[in-house]
Design a protein around this ligand. Sequence first.
Ligand SMILES: Nc1ncnc2c1ncn2[C@@H]1O[C@H](COP(=O)(O)OP(=O)(O)OP(=O)(O)O)[C@@H](O)[C@H]1O
Ligand SMILES: [Mg+2]
Length: 235
Amino acid sequence: MAKTIIELKRADLTLGSAAASVHVLKGIDLTIRAGESVGIVGPSGSGKSTLLMVLAGLERLDSGEINISDTPLHALSEDQVADFRGRNIGIVFQSFHLIANMSALENVAVPLELANVQNPFEIARRELKAVGLGDRLNHYPGQLSGGEQQRVAIARALAPSPALLIADEPTGNLDADTGRQIADLLFSKQAERGMTLLLVTHDASLARRCMRQIRVRSGQIEGDDAIVRNEAAIA
Ligand SMILES: Nc1ncnc2c1ncn2[C@@H]1O[C@H](COP(=O)(O)OP(=O)(O)OP(=O)(O)O)[C@@H](O)[C@H]1O
Ligand SMILES: [Mg+2]
């Protein structure tokens, strides 16, 4: 069986202060194996994005443990977490999060340059070609369609060759056809590179394309379809 890449133990997090505080993650236990594709679904406000932010090291737990590739993120400093994230985790957002005054090429190359990676522009050019944007290198985000902007964001996420790709509603701002093409791209990159893919989606057909579906409700995991499938396989 494949190695464990993500392990959450009793993960607990409350966000906001005093009167506006929300107990968002309520003691979540979760294990994900290298190479899995996992769709995280659940009602609005159930804690899906917060869970992804914790897994990306962008939000810290109040208590509990988070281990990624055997690295205990809960025990690292903010700087160490940021460094780990830069080398191991790619992140894609619903609203692309590109820098408006940088070209597609710069959006991919500059983070590599900041991380002291050798030949950042060469790598960026290669990654943009690999997502079908070889002829859009010098376009700015405002000159690209939504689907093209998401391709740039995917190229940026993949450029450091992360073991883990995390996507929060990656097709949420796209029409159905474009969304399908973006999903095809994510799954084909996952297969090609043997990455682990974790995505949050409200699109049931997209979630069904994942090997495993996790249902979150009110800060807890209420269903995990891989477990059902495994039990069926054993029976
Ligand atoms: N910084 C914050 N301060 C206070 N409450 C917060 C904060 N961030 C999120 N929350 C609350 O935590 C809950 C979970 O939010 P989260 O964004 O994780 O939900 P979600 O499942 O991703 O929802 P959606 O499907 O609408 O994107 C919500 O009730 C939200 O209001
Ligand atoms: Mg969300």
